[in-house]
Ligand binder design. Structure first.
Ligand SMILES: NC(=O)c1ccc[n+]([C@@H]2O[C@H](COP(=O)([O-])OP(=O)(O)OC[C@H]3O[C@@H](n4cnc5c(N)ncnc54)[C@H](OP(=O)(O)O)[C@@H]3O)[C@@H](O)[C@H]2O)c1
Length: 393
């Protein structure tokens, strides 16, 4: 995501989510907008201060860039919600953000974290037209790595409950859903390759391609991940630590791959390009293999790229979620329905097997980022910021 894109995308998202998804019974609205310090619906006090993660120096090394700060709990403005974050999502791009790659003009300090799910504990007057204290909400935007986050009401999605499974849909699910629909040109019987298939967004690409009637191949780095991929419909998991990706594709798919959902970049991108079928498409979702480097991008062998595309009438398509916000509302509605009715696996990795154990508490974000970059996660990496509040929320 580039610089000003996040800011302008935020505005566009506001328009898209103009009327939030309301899927459950509403609680009475309590308008506390006139108060600078207030109590939530259940009567549990909101503390005067909170902790949040702040980017203090630009670096792709998350631990060097980001610090835990203590600050006053912010007060929501007229069209804003104060959300008590229960769970926040870890994204590969958290280190691109801490490296300042989203907005090179932006200087630290700035708040980190892209997405959260929690309860509304305070709100402004105009926000109270559609939200009430106690609503379960999810959002993507800035500053999610915090105990409390102020979010524009129009950027916020009502969810049936504060379950981390719903958090997986906001960025990871939406990226797969929209990218495949808008750029995939999928047809039943086609062969689809998903890289980083067992990860946050890969798991959804596998499932949506399978539901479209495709044969799905997925890359991963362990037998455990390969086993998970089978359970979500992947026809041919490839553990690239044991099998050479290029050899398997040449041997088992001589007619080539119709569509690649490509997140890794570097050598994997090169292999994927070489494996394309006639009329094949490769969607660039990301290039995680380069994110930890100073440049942020892994080198690819692009010299012969134009010739390789021409001889196969193949194409490369870039996808960046903020450019597709017109599709966001429909995507969220459909995926929330599918998730609630058990038609979509939304695998969450809480870090139970990570060194140091389950990701609980804001400081766990650092371990969670390392865990993802060690390639250990199965599904979406999620940190539990705070326990459920023992109130009516
Ligand atoms: N374009 C967009 O709008 C958009 C939106 C969301 C995400 N994305 C992109 O989607 C990709 C996946 O992001 P995510 O947040 O869902 O992460 P994730 O897939 O949950 O986790 C990253 C996975 O990438 C794999 N990987 C391969 N090479 C790696 C390397 N050199 N270093 C670290 N991991 C490596 C690992 O799986 P294996 O070990 O099994 O290979 C790892 O588990 C990223 O490229 C991200 O930028 C793009």
């Amino acid at each position: 995501m580039c610089a000003s894109a996040l800011v302008s995308s935020t505005r566009r998202l506001s328009a898209v989510l103009g009327s939030a998804l309301v899927l459950g019974p509403r609680r009475p609205i309590i308008d506390l907008s006139y108060s600078s310090h207030f109590m939530d619906y259940g009567g549990s006090a909101i503390p005067p201060t909170m902790r949040k993660l702040v980017v203090r120096a630009l670096s792709p090394r998350f631990g060097d860039a980001v610090h835990v700060d203590t600050c006053p709990v912010p007060t929501p403005g007229d069209a804003e919600l104060l959300v008590r974050n229960r769970f926040v999502g870890i994204n590969a791009s958290d280190i691109n953000y801490s490296a300042g790659r989203y907005d090179p003009s932006r200087k630290p300090p700035f708040d980190a974290g892209f997405e959260g799910i929690g309860e509304v504990v305070g709100l402004g007057l105009s926000a109270s037209a559609r939200f009430a204290v106690g609503d379960a909400v999810a959002y993507f935007g800035e500053g999610a790595f915090a105990e409390y986050t102020v979010v524009p009401a129009e950027k916020t999605v009502c969810v049936p409950s504060v379950k981390p499974e719903f958090l997986t849909l906001l960025l990871s699910g939406a990226t797969a859903y929209i990218a495949l629909r808008r750029l995939g040109d999928l047809a039943a019987g086609q062969t689809v390759l998903v890289t980083a298939a067992a990860g946050g967004t890969g798991q959804f690409a596998v499932q949506f391609a399978k539901k479209a009637g495709c044969h799905v191949v997925g890359t991963c780095s362990s037998d455990e991940k390969a086993g998970f991929l089978k359970t979500i419909g992947c026809d041919r998991p490839i553990n690239y630590k044991k099998e050479d990706l290029g050899s398997v594709l040449r041997r088992e798919y001589p007619a080539g791959i119709d569509l690649v959902y490509e997140s890794v970049g570097g050598d994997v991108f090169d292999v994927a390009i070489n494996s394309l079928a006639t009329h094949g498409r490769l969607i660039v979702i990301g290039f995680i293999s380069g994110y930890q480097s100073d440049l942020g991008i892994a080198p690819v062998r692009s010299a012969a790229l134009s010739a390789k595309l021409l001889v196969k009438s193949a194409s490369i398509r870039g996808f960046f979620l903020p450019h597709f916000l017109a599709d966001y509302r429909e995507a969220m509605e459909t995926m929330l329905r599918m998730c609630s009715s058990g038609q979509l696996v939304c695998e969450v990795d809480h870090g139970d097997l990570a060194p140091g154990g389950r990701f609980v508490g804001l400081e766990s974000v650092f371990r969670a980022v390392d865990y993802m970059y060690a390639g250990k996660n199965i599904g979406k990496v999620v940190v539990e910021v705070a326990p459920a509040v023992n109130s009516k929320l």
